[in-house]
Design a protein around this ligand. Structure first.
Ligand SMILES: [Zn+2]
Length: 286
């Protein structure tokens, strides 16, 4: 099976079905109270992401895939040099890719140039499965370059890359969703993977909370780097970026243009910097 036919006939229908199920679950069992019109956000987030989808399909998948195939053929990159068996190389490659993405997400917050683009994703004033699509095409373009470099150095095979990509997209849809899982179950899942409550804290209007929980698939990397934060109950969260609170300033054209204009400080329109006292608890708050 070729890459395009796998994407069009297997991966995309699967991910589409997952998004459909999550839309239903978050509607039936909502986690956070939504403040803005659900349908308008859905349309805006999906229309906003059309150029991004095009970049994913035409660049973010085929380019790194071709690089991984080239590296495998020439035996370039860490995992190729180690000559591991497939049974070890595939899971190892998957874990390394997820860890590399933790750093990429970190860079998107910490390097002002990249934040210009990633900011668009965080300006969503509510958080649900449609936020998972809300990425500026510029960010996806830079992600393509980043992924290509990681695959070249890491030497993951094309199969590992595609498996990672599908799981990664599924994980992004899941942890952005507004689906209220039973807290006991979510705490167990959150021993291993990033869950909706954990990622909800990453979308908080409090900057210290946004600058935490950078993981995509596994939650270990945040534990390792002491950036894991589980102490905020979801009903105490305000979602978004402090400087961008007005729905009318976050329309399609303005979102596409956002990275190219002057960036606002992390302050509310009244000049205040949102804050709260961190609690010293490790258990995922309800
Ligand atoms: Zn982020």
């Amino acid at each position: 099976m070729t890459l395009p036919s796998f994407l069009d006939w297997v991966a995309n229908p699967l991910l589409g079905a997952l998004v459909g199920v999550l839309l239903l679950l978050q509607w039936r069992f909502p986690l956070r109270h939504q403040h803005f019109a659900v349908l308008r956000r859905l349309v805006r987030n999906y229309v906003m992401s059309i150029p991004g989808f095009v970049v994913v399909r035409l660049a973010m998948l085929p380019i790194p895939f071709a690089i991984a195939a080239w590296a495998e053929h020439r035996q370039v990159g860490l995992l190729n040099w180690l000559h591991l068996s497939k049974w070890l190389a595939i899971p190892a490659g998957f874990v390394i890719l997820d860890y590399a993405y933790w750093w990429w997400h970190w860079a998107n917050h910490m390097i002002p140039f990249f934040w210009r683009f990633h900011n668009v994703h965080h300006t969503d004033l509510d958080l649900d499965v449609t936020t998972a699509a809300r990425f500026h095409f510029g960010e996806i373009f830079f992600s393509t370059a980043f992924l290509s470099i990681v695959l070249l150095i890491g030497g993951m095979c094309p199969f590992t890359f595609i498996v990672f990509f599908v799981v990664f997209e599924g994980a992004v849809a899941f942890h952005h969703s507004n689906w209220r899982l039973p807290i006991g179950l979510e705490r167990v899942l959150n021993l291993v993977i990033v869950t909706p409550r954990m990622h909800g804290i990453h979308h908080s209007i409090v900057q210290r909370e946004t600058n935490s929980n950078w993981g995509t698939v596994f939650c270990w990397w945040d534990k390792l780097h002491r950036t894991l934060r589980r102490d905020i109950p979801q009903d105490a969260l305000t979602i978004g970026v402090a400087g961008y609170r007005d729905e009318h300033e976050l329309t399609l054209g303005k979102l596409w243009a956002l990275p190219f204009g002057k960036q606002r400080e992390w302050r509310l329109p009244n000049g205040e910097e949102p804050d709260r006292v961190p609690r010293d608890v490790d258990e995922l708050a309800e």
